[in-house]
Design a protein. Structure first.
Length: 196
């Protein structure tokens, strides 16, 4: 079975990706097996650019078929912020509750506390110096009046998904059916089934 390196150290993302790629004809491995490889800087201005750069970097550094993704939250009233800076919003080491507080303050200053928003996930599959496949998944919603829910991770507690009537942090197993990452990785699953 073909080995597939999942190029992230985020344990929550690895768990989700394992579930989303269950049954695909690949043996998932993680960066835990390659601790000598330093993480590259994420300098792209789009999710796609960052996903491509990470996939190519790790595919060559580890000599493995590699999938990398870049994802984040885009808030319409904030001009798409935090966007590609989602993980770094507020500065390195800023907790998610502190990020939420910064977002709510920015929205209040614009009188746009229930702004439309979307989660975006772009992924790239690379082998050697070639991108083999790319996919993008999104989920549309709005910013919740306040953080709610203990499930999920990242910005899930402030992202209200109208079809479920709750935040993604409250959605439990339903998140896997509707999330941006699920949409992108379902496309990758289909690609892997037909090409490996």
């Amino acid at each position: 079975m073909t080995r597939l390196l999942v190029a992230t150290t985020n344990a929550d993302k690895i768990r989700e990706i394992r579930e989303l790629l269950a049954g695909a004809p690949v043996d998932l491995i993680t960066l835990a097996g390659s601790p000598h490889i330093e993480a590259p800087e994420e300098t792209g201005t789009t999710f796609e650019a960052n996903a491509r750069a990470k996939a190519l970097y790790y595919a060559q550094a580890a000599s493995e078929l590699t999938v990398a993704e870049d994802s984040g939250l885009e808030i319409v009233a904030l001009g798409g912020a935090p966007g590609v800076e989602s993980a770094r919003y507020g500065g390195a080491g800023t907790s998610y509750p502190d990020k939420f507080a910064l977002i709510y303050a920015a929205l209040r200053s614009r009188d746009a506390t229930h702004s439309p928003a979307r989660f975006v996930c772009a992924l790239a599959l690379a082998q050697g110096n070639r991108i083999l496949f790319e996919a993008r998944g999104t989920v549309e919603g709005c910013i919740a009046p306040e953080p709610r829910g203990r499930g999920g991770f990242g910005y899930d507690p402030i992202f209200f998904y109208p079809p479920c009537g709750m935040t993604l942090a409250e959605a439990g197993d339903r998140k896997a059916a509707v999330s941006h990452r699920a949409a992108a990785f379902r496309m990758l699953h289909a690609y892997l089934q037909s090409h490996f």
